[in-house]
Write a protein that binds this ligand. Sequence first.
Ligand code: SAH
Length: 396
Amino acid sequence: MKKRIILKPGRERSVLRHHPWIFSNGIRSVKGELTLGETIEVRAHDGRVLGWAAWSPNSQIQARMWSFEKEAVIDKNFFKQKLAKAQFAREGLIARQGLTGYRLAASESDGLPGITIDKYANVIVCQLLSAGAEYWRDTIVEVLVEMFPDCCVYERSDVASREKEGLEQRIGVLHGELPEMPVIIEENGVKIGVDVVKGHKTGFYLDQRDNRAIAAEYAKGKDVLNCFSYSGTFGLYALKAGANSVENVDVSSHALETAMNNVAMNLLDESRLINSEADVFKLLRKYRDEGKQFDIVIMDPPKFADNKAQLDGACRGYKDINLLAFALVKPGGMLLTYSCSGLMQAELFQKIVADAALDAGRDAQIVRKLTQAQDHPIATNFPEGFYLKGLALQVL
Ligand code: SAH
């Protein structure tokens, strides 16, 4: 007998709408001895076959759909087709923006639950977050090597959420030889150093690419404060666009070192860049007390909420930094502010920013609503894929 799960009555509805997650409380019964990550058939209570999923017994999301087709076979060819499709979907973008660094596969949004693959020039970085992704690791690597024979494949599955899946964290070379770090990528004519070993996530924040280009539009002749700068790429784009000065603020000295190298590599004037290794909350309070102001303030904090219990604290965090940010914008200047917490709804984020403007005593207008770069798409069957929200505000 095929290994399978049978859903409770009514719980087939979201699967029929091609939502890939099946929660443990939606499963009526399990047939056969299922092992971690293996492929199982999914049936409705009345016996209808809904498709095929990966089994994640330790997670609340106990099955993740690979396919909604009755006759599908999950094998090497399946991954080959999915990854080829993901690459195909990005080719126009790669050409338009001159990308050598991009997200090749964005997990559920590319029909590959738990699988994130970023390509940085000749280094491909995989982040495998679910039991199903882990189960197919070798196959995924084989397919990537066939698609990109000259690339090294590196794993950065050092993410705490793997524990919920019953998996250990893993890092290391999966194929080929890792070149010396940083790898140099290019986007929109800007060169950027990426350290896939020591960097955050898979090494870089590809998702802010379009927002860097938007920041650059406002930057000519301006003084820019780039908060939570990481490797300083918002500032790098701004300098390239002719900013008068950029101050990067981050707690990571390694990230700031990369920021300085990025400026040199792009043959820009290093004397226009200040790197402040500091806590944004503290430094901004100090600047506010000193009455220091900038033409453009960029506020791109790390994720403040990983789960619902952290949401209240996250709201206070966003309120606090945006309140400080508004105080630091010159009249007529801009605040570019972001939230990458998927749990923070766009409407709530906008309300928090509005409250911050009110409390700071500033009139502000939203002139643009911003989101994640196009290689981080939101599949229509998976709205949860939307996580990065931003507002461009003109402050009067
Ligand atoms: N804006 C960046 C990405 C920011 S990620 C880009 O476009 O690439 C968040 C950054 O915030 C990380 O680099 C982290 O080191 C930094 N960080 C986290 N908490 C901080 C704090 N309290 N003060 C300053 N930097 C902080």
